[in-house]
Design a protein around this ligand. Structure first.
Ligand code: CTP
Ligand code: MG
Length: 400
């Protein structure tokens, strides 16, 4: 691999029908801990700093299911789907490509690192696990032990120089190979095995699903709760710029909120709640009210950033809950739009977003209509690995 940062594209093949898995929804689109199976792989690559681009190959009948922008349409076999994917990324001519099965949502940043590291010196790198079980082959009505010496069970992502694997897939178009590394082998190119991960198994039959749920739930088992609170003053709007914004939508009202940004008090409280789950300060630390860049800024940007910081740690937002405290305007008629708006900004299903409101019975500054307050609570699951780097201070505290 060159010294300059190489251009590495991830190609995720998701164009299968999942026949062995069965069910009405193809396995790669099933919700797995609140996120479709294939999105676990998409997110793992998107959040990896060494990956420049992520492309997903889908079945032509599944366009409505994937919701992916700019998908590549696959073919009748996995090999055809990979070729279609390589053709689609050819114009950007990446240095390397990592080809991954969407049916392996248990991919980790460490696995991606391992492949990229190996590609610095090797032509082709694939993850594998030494076979641990005794192997027997059935022959003529009986069975016979096979040696498992030096045998590995192979996974994806499989990493190659882009040009090498693209040429090979074009050359062997229509022939049948068991995986992408097999094409290198046929061309006499050595294939290196790096350490695979037991949790990166392929969802093949329905029983695999519960194991995968347990694997991922345990990995992201560090459940955090964050809380946020904010208040902005209600004023008579000076101009059109200052419409009342709540939860990212404009709410018709004769007053608007005063602030440096668009003063969306609900999104500010929620941004703080999310930042709290990763102990990363508050909205003012990330977006200073003194910074001219955030003058009249759309607060959706702040919320999105908090969501991205959590994703970068491999975290998952499980649930968010916002309470808006005011006498007017009435929130009820806008509640569904507000939930959709937050869900859109954080790429969450609407079913994980709660918005509610209360008055304070005419009491206090909210009761007098001088301002609007908002409270938010966020629940996030983080991988345990991110919290294992305990300092001596932490250990001392835990020990007492
Ligand atoms: N795949 C693909 N295009 C195909 C066939 C498979 O992109 N024509 C993808 C699958 O979506 C999956 C990966 O290749 O992510 C591994 O394939 P497999 O586990 O066999 O999935 P399916 O082919 O969907 O399942 P089945 O063989 O049981 O039908
Ligand atoms: Mg298949």
């Amino acid at each position: 691999m060159d010294n300059k940062k190489p251009n590495i594209t991830a190609l995720i093949v998701a164009a299968g029908q999942g026949e062995r898995f069965g069910g009405s929804l193809p396995k790669q689109y099933l919700p797995l801990l609140g996120r479709p199976v294939f999105m676990w792989s998409v997110e793992a690559f998107r959040n990896h700093p060494a990956i420049s681009d992520v492309r997903v190959v889908i079945h032509p009948d599944h366009a409505g299911l994937s919701g992916i922008e700019n998908p590549v349409i696959g073919g009748a076999t996995r090999q055809e789907s990979v070729l279609k994917g390589l053709e689609a990324i050819a114009p950007s001519n990446p240095d390397y490509v990592l080809i991954h099965d969407a049916a392996r949502p248990g991919i980790t940043p460490e696995l991606i690192n391992g492949i990229i590291e190996a590609l610095k010196t090797k032509e082709a790198a694939i993850p594998g696990l030494p076979v641990a079980d005794t192997l027997r082959r059935s022959v003529d009505g009986t069975t016979k032990t096979e040696s498992r010496d030096n045998l590995f069970a192979i996974q994806t992502p499989q990493g190659f120089k882009f040009k090498t694997i693209y040429d090979l897939h074009q050359k062997h178009k229509g022939q049948s190979f068991t995986d992408d590394a097999a094409l290198c082998e046929a061309a006499g190119i050595p294939v290196t095995i790096v350490s695979g991960d037991k949790g990166n198994f392929k969802l093949t039959v329905p029983e695999d699903f519960a194991f995968m749920e347990q694997t991922l739930a345990f990995r992201c088992g560090d459940v955090r709760t964050g809380q946020g609170y904010d208040v902005h003053r209600l004023v008579t709007p000076a101009n059109d710029l200052h419409k009342l914004k709540l939860c990212g939508i404009t709410v018709p009202h004769d007053k608007s909120l005063e602030g440096h940004s668009d003063a969306d008090v609900a999104l500010h409280a929620l941004t703080d709640a999310l930042l709290a789950t990763i102990c990363d300060g508050d909205i003012g630390v990330h977006f200073s009210p003194k910074d001219a860049r955030w003058k009249n800024a759309d607060s959706a940007k702040f919320l999105k950033h908090a969501g991205e910081l959590i994703a970068a740690q491999g975290g998952l937002i499980t649930h968010v809950d916002v309470t808006i405290i005011c006498e007017a305007p009435k929130i009820g008629p806008h509640r569904d739009k507000m939930r959709e708006s937050i869900a859109g900004i954080l790429s969450l299903p609407v079913s994980r977003v709660s918005v509610k409101a209360t008055t304070t019975e005419g009491l206090g500054f909210t009761g007098r209509g001088e301002g609007i307050a908002a409270e938010a609570v966020a629940t996030v699951r983080l991988p345990f690995t991110k919290t294992q780097g305990a300092t001596k201070d932490d250990i001392r505290k835990w020990g007492t």
